[in-house]
Design a binder for this molecule. Structure first.
Ligand code: C2E
Ligand code: MG
Ligand code: MG
Ligand code: MG
Length: 285
């Protein structure tokens, strides 16, 4: 038992840590078969255009229906998949499945205008040589325009990125794929650095919106967000806010000039049919 947990004596002294290590080990070894067996699925969270409140797209968020542990969120297994490299085939599956779904939605809401899909990319996918070719192949296979796809990359993945790392992102961006800087504001946000990155969407992290749950919001929080939004706009970036949980937040963020919002106030992540209902309700008034 100690061996299966990695033989770490210190973990044995702490039964809970031991159990966690065993779970981690168990989850890690179960990942490849889980992909083969189709145990992963995707929930979609609507992206709402603040100008008129319409649903213009969705972010794809992966989950694992584990046969023993039930539904596991990405925070439980994405780090493990990154560690073992399984994130490359898993991420490719997420991209393919999300693009396939986006195609279905586009066909359904033709009159409502283009429906867009956001997909998260791990740092390891960025350095994988097949990224551009795989993305092109998937878009072509499902007949989705590149500008209907937005790839989300975290700020920390691009910290100190050299040109080799940025090259594939730049190529995708030139093709028309949107690139979003996810969780902006959680790391060592370097606003000047934004100019250098092939990014055209800024996703403001939830931590910024938390100070706006009450009305009136903390004036310092408001000033900070206002400053970031105006800088982003002056650099030609659109701004999406994450974690909008109340109507007061939504109002204030709209007032501050944010373009798109996402959060429980509008909808939690859910199955494709749920998003279908929301978008349809929206399109029919
Ligand atoms: P993220 O890309 O920043 O996604 C937003 C997270 O915030 C999601 O958590 C979403 O469920 C949650 N969220 C949305 N609205 C609200 C809200 O109003 N309040 C609160 N408290 N939370 C909200 P989730 O689904 O657990 O995903 C966590 C992270 O896992 C994602 O953060 C993303 O970094 C990563 N992830 C998810 N799917 C994938 C994937 O397919 N590939 C990769 N590489 N990473 C993924
Ligand atoms: Mg994201
Ligand atoms: Mg995010
Ligand atoms: Mg976040």
């Amino acid at each position: 038992r100690a061996k299966s947990a990695g033989g770490n004596r210190y973990e044995l002294a702490d039964p809970e840590a031991d159990a966690r290590a065993i779970t981690r080990h168990g989850l890690t070894t179960a990942l490849p078969a889980a992909l083969d067996r189709g145990e992963f699925f995707i929930e979609y969270q609507p992206l709402v255009y603040l100008g008129d409140g319409s649903v213009r797209g969705a972010e794809a968020l992966v989950r694992w229906l584990h046969p023993q542990h039930g539904v596991l969120g990405p925070d439980r297994f994405i780090p493990l998949a990154e560690h073992t490299g399984l994130i490359v085939p898993l991420g490719r599956w997420v991209l393919e499945e999300s693009v396939r779904q986006a195609r279905v939605w586009q066909d359904r809401y033709e009159e409502a205008g283009p429906f867009r899909i956001n997909v998260n990319l791990s740092p390891m996918q960025l350095t994988h040589p097949g990224l551009v070719a795989d993305t092109v192949d998937i878009l072509e296979r499902f007949g989705l325009e590149p500008d209907a796809l937005c790839l989300e990359v975290t700020e920390s993945a691009l910290i100190g990125a050299d040109d080799d790392l940025l090259k594939p992102l730049r190529r995708l961006s030139e093709m028309g794929v949107d690139i979003a800087l996810d969780d902006f504001g959680t790391g060592y946000s370097n606003l000047a650095n934004l100019r250098r990155l092939p990014v055209n969407v800024l996703k403001l992290d939830r931590s910024f919106t938390q100070g706006m749950q009450q009305y009136p919001a903390d004036p310092v929080d408001l000033k900070i967000v206002e400053g970031i939004v105006s800088l982003a706009h002056s650099l030609g970036l659109s701004v999406t806010v994450e974690g909008v949980e109340t109507g007061a937040q939504a109002e204030q963020l709209k007032h501050l000039g944010c373009d798109t919002a996402q959060g429980w106030y509008y909808a939690r992540p859910g199955p494709p049919d749920r998003l279908h209902e929301l978008a349809l309700a929206d399109a029919t008034g």
